[in-house]
Design a protein. Sequence first.
Length: 86
Amino acid sequence: SYWSGIKDFETKYHGYLQGKIGNPKGEDKPNKKYYDPRAFMRSAEESTVARLQKCFEDLNCVQVCGLDAPGKPENVLGPRRGGLPA
């Protein structure tokens, strides 16, 4: 699933990845944001998250084992008053 995200990014932005300058929008336009490794890494991570979500749904593991939104903690004492105990 990780590599499929990179492959999809390359397929989508193939025209922008052919050189650092010059893309389908113009010969003198920079491709800085497409060359940045964080861009295709993010695409890969997003595809991995989507695949994991599908796996959890297939295994009926959604909203199980405390994966719900965190609730208000119950075992917390109030604010400390005074200094450290002697």
